[in-house]
Design a protein around this ligand. Structure first.
Ligand code: CTP
Ligand code: MG
Length: 237
């Protein structure tokens, strides 16, 4: 299957607080974006890679990535960045059949995860997500409104069976027409969406789940950066 990897990397990284957009923060002297593009290439599942970066970082990204990836300007939210990169991918290669959408923030994703996702697409799945089990106990809460409650106090109102729950990672794989249709509907009638599979589910497409990997963690908070440093040491030891 002719496959392209689309990498949304245009976020600001507010929670990481590195003082620079997250994809341009450095992990062992190399930007998250470079780690991510390297990993995407090394997976061998696609020959075209498109990254969406903040407008002000277009030339910086082009300088460091060279011919490894096509670089476009992202948008105000993740969905807009994916849409911009998807449009560029289809302009560059109108023959694309499958698209993997992969967060720059999951820059240490091992090649096996890419392979599991593309294998499922090859076997006929229209949408595929890598998942992991939930290890914490999960409860539903509501804000406590009583005269003696402090701001932000909550109370537990129920439990959720974690056996049925999964943490969802990237790369998420789609038949190109499914991703296109999903984003077209999102453009006409937007919902709050933190991944692309949500947009495909909304159209009634079945989303296949394959095994994810703890090493594909999303670098979100400073602690995640510390964990990523340790993972990188392991990988190069
Ligand atoms: N992303 C993007 N364009 C945006 C917002 C997010 O391409 N306008 C990308 C990020 O660069 C990241 C992925 O979507 O690779 C997941 O988003 P997240 O982890 O939330 O990154 P940020 O939005 O940068 O972080 P924060 O929410 O802490 O600001
Ligand atoms: Mg964000």
């Amino acid at each position: 299957i002719r496959t392209c990897i689309v990498i949304p990397a245009a976020g600001s990284g507010t929670r990481l607080g590195a003082g620079i957009p997250k994809a341009f923060a450095e992990l062992a002297g190399t930007t998250l974006l470079e780690h991510c593009v390297r990993g995407a290439h090394a997976s061998g599942v696609a020959d075209h890679i498109v990254v969406a970066v903040p407008e002000a970082f277009l030339s910086a990204a082009r300088d460091t990535l060279g011919t490894a990836a096509e670089v476009v300007a992202g948008g105000a939210d993740r969905v807009a960045s994916v849409r911009a990169a998807l449009a560029a991918a289809q302009r560059s290669d109108p023959g694309i059949e499958a698209v993997l959408v992969h967060d720059a923030a999951r820059c240490l994703t091992p090649p096996e995860v890419f392979t599991r996702v593309t294998d499922a697409l090859g076997a006929g799945a229209q949408a595929v997500v890598p998942v992991l089990p939930v290890t914490d106990t999960i409860k539903r809460v509501e804000t406590l409104r009583s005269p003696c409650a402090a701001a932000g106090d909550e109370r537990v109102i129920g439990d959720i069976d974690r056996e049925q729950l999964r943490r969802v990672q990237t790369p998420q794989g789609f038949a190109v027409e499914v991703l296109e249709e999903a984003h077209a509907l999102q453009a006409r009638d937007p919902i709050t969406a933190t991944d692309d599979a949500m947009l495909a589910e909304r159209l009634g497409h079945e989303v296949r789940a394959v095994a994810g990997d703890e090493r594909a963690l999303k670098i979100t908070h400073p602690l995640d950066m510390r964990i990523a440093e340790l993972l990188l040491e392991d990988a190069t030891a």
